[in-house]
Design a protein around this ligand. Structure first.
Ligand code: ZN
Length: 96
């Protein structure tokens, strides 16, 4: 069967078959398999970044909490998180 991507757009490969847990898209709420979802992690600091820089210089510990978001493929493409690659890029093995 001809495939568009070597990993078929998902992380489950030869050794990892079967059902995957589902998650919801952070933007549109679509239900997607967790391995297909595009994970975006950002750090949110409560302190202003310039002030945090200065505080770190003086040796203070500035706390920041990670924000993890899962996007469905169409939302990720729309927001520019991932780009539609060329043929060779798609067929390249993705290590994740
Ligand atoms: Zn979505």
């Amino acid at each position: 069967m001809p495939v568009k991507r070597k990993n078929r757009g998902r992380r489950k490969g030869k050794g990892r078959k079967g059902r995957e847990e589902y998650t919801y898209c952070s933007n549109c709420g679509k239900r997607i398999p967790r391995d297909k979802a595009i994970r975006v992690e950002r750090r949110l600091s409560l302190v202003d970044p310039q002030l945090a820089k200065e505080l770190k210089k003086q040796g203070a510990v500035v706390m920041s909490s990670p924000i993890i978001k899962y996007y469905c493929v169409s939302c990720a493409v729309h927001f520019g998180v991932v780009k539609i690659g060329g043929y060779s890029e798609r067929m390249a093995r993705e290590e994740l």
